[in-house]
Design a protein around this ligand. Sequence first.
Ligand code: AMP
Length: 170
Amino acid sequence: MDFKSLIRDVPDFPKKGIVFKDITPLLKDGAAFQEIIKLLGARYKNQGLKSIVAMESRGFIFGGALATFLGVSFIPVRKPGKLPWKTIQETYELEYGKDTLEIHQDSISKGDKILILDDVLATGGTAAATLRLVERAGGNVVEACFIINLTFLNGREKLKSTPVHSIIQY
Ligand code: AMP
């Protein structure tokens, strides 16, 4: 299936100079959305995953669907102040300033096999902070998976030795 034809480039969103990869045309195509989940389901079904960890908010769309498909648990990573229970936090650098992500302290048990999943890998800051959160919580990250990898931004380098997988590359 030609997934790239279902990704819309939106120039200068959310700010000037950024070409935003809009996944809503793909989500609007039920067969394509299902095909993405089936592809990822086939890749991860025999890996003994305990949980999928996904980042707010577009990661939740794919993470929730894939967790249901595989029958594994879903763990949200969120911006500060959104999770109601005790959290672990990681702060990471943005182009201008910093951002923080949180995960519930009791969401992962030591040695749990975890898949990290998000819609887009760009500079890798978000994924690297998530990786640190999962590792601090005791999780064992099997792979970091993205629907889209903007390879020219080299986000993969921030994930060091963690295996990275993506469906669409630019
Ligand atoms: P980064 O931390 O730079 O890898 O950015 C990753 C996060 O920002 C992901 O959760 C994406 O949803 C979002 N993102 C960054 N760049 C883009 C882009 N060009 N198009 C769509 N989403 C993006």
